[in-house]
Structures are given as C-alpha cells and as structure tokens.
Write a protein that binds this ligand. Sequence first.
Ligand SMILES: Cc1cc2nc3c(=O)[nH]c(=O)nc-3n(C[C@H](O)[C@H](O)[C@H](O)COP(=O)(O)OP(=O)(O)OC[C@H]3O[C@@H](n4cnc5c(N)ncnc54)[C@H](O)[C@@H]3O)c2cc1C
Length: 410
Amino acid sequence: MDFNDTAEEAAYRAEVRAWLEANIPKTAGSAAGPMDDEDEAGMAAAKAWQRKKAEAGYACITWPKAWGGGGGASWQSVIFGQEEAKAGAPSTGPFAIGLGMCVPTVMTVGNEADKERFVKPAVLGEEIWCQLFSEPSGGSDAAAARTRAILDGDTWTINGQKVWTSGAHYSDFGLLLARTNPDVPKHKGLTMFWIDMKAPGVEVRPIHQMSGASNFNEVYFTDLKITDAQRVGPVGDGWKVALVTLMNERLSVGGGGAGSNYKRVLDLAGDINTLTGLGVKDAALREKLADWFVQAEGLKYTTFRTMTALSRGQTPGPESSIGKVVSATLMQDMANTAMDLEDQYGIISDPDLAPLAAGFQNALMSAPGLRIAGGTDEILRNIIAERVLGLPGDIRLDKDVAFKDIPSGR
Ligand SMILES: Cc1cc2nc3c(=O)[nH]c(=O)nc-3n(C[C@H](O)[C@H](O)[C@H](O)COP(=O)(O)OP(=O)(O)OC[C@H]3O[C@@H](n4cnc5c(N)ncnc54)[C@H](O)[C@@H]3O)c2cc1C
C-alpha cells in the first residue's frame, strides 16, 4: 500500500485544488444537497456545478471524452473526489444514482443507440436517473422482484410496485428490474428496462421521513407501456444486468466519509463541559474517542488500499464492503454522542438554531438509512464472510425453485 502521492498524483492534486479554488461558487456549502423536490434552488446549483465540472473534464473522469467524460484514470477520479469534498463544493447528490449506477449499466450492457442517447446528457447534469429495484417483497433479495412485464408484439406492459426509490420524484429516467418469466428460478426470470419516469402509467408517491424530508418514494406501475427497444440486455438476463448496477453501487456508496466527522466530534469534546469537566477529560468519552480514532484511521487506510489498487489498474473487490459497514455505524455512534454532548440543544434540528448547523442531528437521522441502502450491514457482513474470508455460504433454499412456487404468504 502507498501512503503518499506519487509525483504524478501530487501534480494532479495541485491542479485540481487550483481549479476548485477558482470555480466553486462562493455561496456553495450545502453538504446535504438538494434531495427534496421543493428545493429548487439547491437543484439548480447542483445542475450548474455538474455542468461546470463536465465542461472542464472533471465529471465522470474515467469515462471516454466522446461521451462527455474526462478520459482520465481511476486514481484521478479518487483524488478529485477527495479534494472536491474538502473544498465544500455544491452537492451533486441528485446525479449520484444515475452516474454511479444506472448510466454505467447502460454503458456496459445497453445498445449503441441508448449509449448515444443517454450518457452525455446525464454527465452534463441535464437528465437524472433513479434505480427501480427494491420492492415490498424484495430489498436485500432484489431477485425476488414481483413487478411483472408481459410482452405482446413489440410492447411490454408493466404492472407492480417499487419502494425506497431515491430521487424518483425528480428523475427523468429509471432503470427497472421486472419479472418476465415466473416459471423459472427467481434469478433467471428477470429482465432489465429503462423507463421514462414521466410516462402515463408511472405514479410516484413520496415517503415522508423522520428528518422531515422526502428523499425516496413508492413508485406504482399501472399498465405502463414500453417498447422492446427499452430493454437493457437480453430477456431473462436481468439479474446479470442488476449485478453490474449493484457492483457499481457498492463502489459508489463506499465508505470513508465518516472519517472527516471525527475531527468535528473531537473539536466539540474540546469545547463542551460534561458533568465531570471538559469533554476531552472525561474518561468514558476519551475511551470512545480513542475507539473512533482507530476506526476512522482504518477507513483512511482502507481508502489508500483502494486507491493503490486503482493506481495499479486493478479493480477493488468485495473488500470495499468494509468501508460502508464501518463508516455508517461510526457515523451513527459519533452523532449519537455528539447530540448527548450538546445536551438540550441536541434535540434542535433547525440548522439556524442548533449547534454546528445541526450537522450531527442530520448525521444521526441519515445514518440508519446509510446502514440499509446499498446493502444492509448483515448483507455486507455476509459478503465479507463468504467472499473475503472464504467462510461457508448462506443457506439459499429457493435457489432452484420456480419463482411462482416460492411461498409468498399471499
Ligand atoms: C436511504 C435509502 C435509499 C434507498 N434507495 C433505493 C433506491 O434508490 N432504489 C432501490 O431500488 N432501493 C433503494 N433502497 C432500498 C434498499 O436497497 C433496501 O432497503 C435494502 O436492500 C434492504 O432491503 P429491505 O428494506 O427490503 O429489507 P429486508 O431485505 O427485508 O431486510 C430486513 C432485515 O433482514 C436482514 N436480512 C435480510 N436478508 C438477510 C440475510 N440473507 N442474512 C442476514 N440478514 C438478512 C436485513 O439485514 C435487515 O436487517 C434504499 C434504502 C434506503 C434506506
């Protein structure tokens, strides 16, 4: 593992810092970013920043220039991401699912016409995508999808429901996993499609969260008609296509972000009094701080390991699941304690009134979601157990049973 930048990496980092310094709008700084449909100003800022990055070759750095990318290397993308996060650039959260998961899937599996049509507008921030996989009957087990697609001539008719669809309320397109054959085992009867989220037959119902925001939605399909040209990959190969999306999801959800919260907790502990005196002098809190420091450092070095692999042209493997398992729990623990330290102010979530602009309150409310999205803690631990540590596999009783014969409780 290399801990320091090579001369080439250091030069690139300096170039990126200078560009960010010159280009980040002075009014930027919303780390949370626009996720609510009411936040029109946040969405406009996100779109403007995405376009600016794309025009300078800093959006989708590893993608070919012909498709709007930067034509660069993976290590450049990691360095840009690190510097962009530090510099307080406007959030580009609304594009994360499209550019991190859906569009890479279209690029890998889709036909030339789809690549031509969709990649560049997405890189420029003109079109937003959502991922329509999870259903009430299948989240961790995405292959249990029941949303049905039936072909008649050249037209598929789609009926069913998805849930937890982040950003569906502002998305233009969605990548939809649907059941096309219930007579074969569950992984074999799925097909992937792209759909127009504004088409008749698509209904988006926002879910109200404890934070007050509505970042994700239920999406209902009632006799939605799409053409066979909207199929992404062969009929019956939907699970293989979904794996392409999920592999990209693991990498883009990743970890490491919680490490930066450590300094903020440490500063808070150095500033605030507990019953036994200054926070940093409190033995119980010191123990936690030491624990978190170890975890935050572990995350930092795991990121170095990923970056070293990328620099050497390797693809990070299932061990990248470690980052999310550790960082989401770490974020939750630190936010919990920070709110305790803030005492009666800990319950205030208004950023104009709460200490540190309610940063820890927001972290506490989003941490449970982070522990679930992109693979729950348990699922990621299974992956680490089976594919990193080589332990025996989970028991999968329904693997060879026709999907229609799997008991559904209905
Ligand atoms: C913030 C957020 C954003 C999301 N965005 C999207 C999105 O844009 N698109 C989308 O399609 N989905 C999205 N999801 C859904 C997400 O992918 C699912 O919530 C997740 O996969 C878990 O599925 P589930 O909620 O159905 O829980 P379940 O799969 O029902 O799991 C319930 C519990 O059982 C445990 N469990 C399940 N299977 C096993 C097993 N084999 N071994 C051990 N334990 C197990 C789980 O860990 C969990 O604790 C989002 C979720 C969140 C929280």
